[in-house]
Ligand binder design. Structure first.
Ligand code: DC
Length: 227
């Protein structure tokens, strides 16, 4: 199948942190010649910007007052994803423990979600993209042809996250993941849920390559079914 056949497909990949979403989404996009959008990075860039300016992120009114200001720009090359806030490359800064600790509070604010939703839909444009996040299949791109909900055992997720972040305290990483899941799944605005029509993939027993191959197969089937 040619890459052209996929040029307008939208692949929504949702799930909790450490489920393998980012590596999987980048892998699928790279194999199919699609663009890639990390919406979690956008919430993190917003959070980084607010923290830099001393905005108390637990005060929703203070967040609302400033959340239209930052210019957040996401590069969509799956082999070299980039993100800037007001032109500053924040790819590394957004992975700091300070940002990780504050991002759930910021992403629970409806005005933040509305602003980033607009940017996400602009980036998706006419499709040809793999989009990862928490509410992509349900809210951002409900018409996506392929929706995947990735999960993994908490211990496997903590091990992956600790490896990514260079951390060694697995128990602490696991409890911070679970705490963030609780906030992300119980907030009023667009909580993390499995979208209607999503395929649930538990990645625990599989290698990254196996999960990528499985999702690439789902995309090929969806494009084939159009004919
Ligand atoms: O995937 P991540 O850990 O980089 O996401 C960071 C935070 O952003 C996460 O705690 C939940 C939030 N998020 C969200 O609310 N909606 C999205 N579409 C993506 C991320």
């Amino acid at each position: 199948m040619s890459e052209r056949a996929h040029s307008d497909v939208v692949v929504a990949i949702d799930g909790p942190s450490g489920s393998g979403k980012s590596s999987t989404s980048r892998g699928v996009a790279a194999r199919l010649g699609l663009r890639y959008l990390d919406t979690g990075a956008m919430y993190r860039a917003m959070t980084w910007w607010l923290l830099e300016r001393g905005v108390p992120v637990d005060d929703a009114a203070a967040v609302v007052a400033r959340c239209d200001e930052p210019v957040i720009d996401s590069g969509t090359d799956p082999l070299a994803p980039t993100i800037t806030a007001d032109g500053v490359d924040v790819s590394e800064a957004i992975r700091s423990p300070e940002v990780t600790g504050a991002v759930s509070a910021v992403s629970a604010v409806p005005e933040v979600r509305a602003r980033l939703l607009r940017l996400q839909r602009e980036a998706i444009g006419g499709g040809g993209i793999v989009v990862e996040g928490r509410d992509i299949g349900a809210v951002v791109a409900p018409d996506a042809e392929v929706k995947v909900y990735l999960t993994a055992d908490p211990a496997a997720r903590a091990a992956r996250r600790a490896a990514e972040e260079g951390g060694t305290d697995l128990a602490a990483t696991e409890s911070s993941l679970l705490a963030r899941d609780r906030v992300d799944s119980t907030r009023a605005a667009s909580p993390l849920t499995m979208a209607a029509g999503a395929v649930h993939v538990d990645t625990t027993p599989y290698t990254l390559d196996e999960v990528v191959t499985l999702i690439v197969g789902l995309v090929e089937d969806a494009v084939e079914d159009r004919r």
